[in-house]
Every structure is written in structure tokens, then in C-alpha cells.
Design a protein around this ligand. Structure first.
Ligand SMILES: *Cc1c(COP(=O)(O)O)cnc(C)c1O
Length: 217
């Protein structure tokens, strides 16, 4: 099936109010252009250099989402244009994003990554660290970042109940945090293998790669 057909059929499963990030990491610009031509405007990448190259080549009404783990020394290369940074997992990183956003007179939207999976290879805050962050005066005073929501990745498993439990945990943290931080609106959860569960459990943004563009090498 073509990229356009896959994208169109996936959209049928995604409610209007849920945003679709087309995860195009490792894929050539021509693949992104195909998705663009059927109306896709949000793309997710996990390498800053690759994303920047694609940003330079493709139309400028695309929203670029950084979904990978971000090294602080590379934030400067995307600060001019990145729409949302999904994988923010430390105050140090938030401070660097704030500093680089200020240089471009921007406010960059960030999602705090929460560790919900069983594997310890997945980055992110736990509940205690999240609470410590939002109480920290250094965090409160950052003016060039907007904490727009939370992001999480479930365990890579066939156990759907486990995935659902992990998403429920994330959703509960999201609802709690909303009370404290009125800017919170995005809950980024769900990928090719688990986006249906993500949506059932309250996701507002799914990140789908291989189901649209095919397997990555
Ligand atoms: C690669 C990636 C995705 C997309 O994964 P698929 O299984 O191909 O849909 C989503 N989120 C993050 C953080 C990723 O790194």
C-alpha cells in the first residue's frame, strides 16, 4: 500500500480532536512530501540534524516535532523552528531550551516525558521527580518555554492490559498536573503498535511511524 493510502486509512481510526504526528525519522524527503500532499502537516523526527535538513527542504507550513532524546548542546540547531519538543526529561534541558528560545524571541512548547514503561531504557520523570520539578522556583521562572503537556512510551509488549495500565497511569498524572499548571493540554501517547489503546485511554496526540511509512532499517 502507498504511504498516502496508509495515512488515509489510519486517519479513519483517529478522532478529529486527536493530533497525528507522522513519525518520519530515517525516511527520505520524498516520503514526507507524499504525506504532505494528502494534508499531513505534523512530522516527528528524533535526530536534530536530520530534522533540520528536512525543515530546510520541505514547505514551511510544516510543524516539526522532536520526539527523540535531546542532547543539550544540540538544542540551538532547532530552536529557530521546532514546534514541540516531546522528550524533555530534565530541568537542565528545559533551561537550555529556554535560553535558546529566548535568542529567537520564541516560546517553545515542551512535553515532559514520563517514565511509565517497565524497561529502564526509556527516559523520563517519575511522579516524585515531576512534582519536584513543578515546585522548583527555577522551573517556574522559565519564560521562553511552555510546558504544554506530557509524553510517555509504554512497554514494548504484546500484553495489552499492561500497556493500558501504563497509559492509565500517565493519564492520571496528566489530570493531576492540569490542576497545577493551566498550560497543560497535550497528552502524547500511542505509537503504531498501541495508538488505539492510547486513544481509548485519553491520548490527545499519537506518534505513528512504521504504520504510515513502513518499517525502518
Ligand atoms: C520512533 C518513535 C515513534 C514511532 O514508532 P512506530 O512504532 O514506528 O510508530 C513514536 N514515538 C517515539 C518517541 C519514537 O521514537
Amino acid at each position: 500500500m502507498s504511504i498516502q493510502k496508509k495515512l488515509t486509512s489510519i486517519r479513519k481510526f483517529i478522532p478529529q480532536e486527536v493530533s497525528l504526528v507522522a513519525v518520519s525519522k530515517t525516511k527520505p524527503v520524498s516520503d514526507l512530501q507524499e504525506a504532505y500532499d494528502v494534508g499531513q502537516r505534523i512530522f516527528g523526527e528524533n535526530k536534530i540534524q536530520e530534522m533540520t535538513q528536512k525543515w530546510e527542504e520541505l514547505p514551511n507550513d510544516i510543524q516539526w516535532h522532536m520526539i527523540g532524546h535531546v542532547q543539550r548542546n544540540k538544542v540551538k540547531y532547532m530552536a529557530e523552528y521546532v514546534a514541540i519538543i516531546h522528550g524533555v526529561d530534565s530541568l537542565k534541558l528545559l533551561k537550555e531550551i529556554d535560553k535558546q528560545a529566548k535568542k529567537h524571541d520564541r516560546i517553545i512548547s515542551c512535553l515532559l516525558q514520563i517514565h511509565i514503561a517497565e524497561e529502564d531504557t526509556k527516559f523520563g520523570f517519575n511522579e516524585e521527580e515531576l512534582n519536584a520539578l513543578t515546585q522548583n522556583p527555577e522551573f517556574i521562572h522559565l519564560e521562553h518555554i511552555k510546558v504544554a503537556g506530557l509524553m510517555g512510551m509504554a512497554t514494548f509488549t504484546d500484553d495489552k492490559d499492561q500497556i493500558r495500565r501504563e497509559f492509565k497511569t500517565l493519564k492520571a498524572l496528566f489530570e493531576n498536573l492540569k490542576v497545577e499548571l493551566p498550560t497543560i493540554e497535550i497528552l502524547s501517547m500511542g505509537m503504531s503498535g498501541d495508538y488505539e489503546i492510547g486513544i481509548e485511554e485519553g491520548s490527545t496526540m499519537v506518534r505513528i511511524g512504521s504504520s504510515i511509512f513502513g518499517a525502518r532499517n
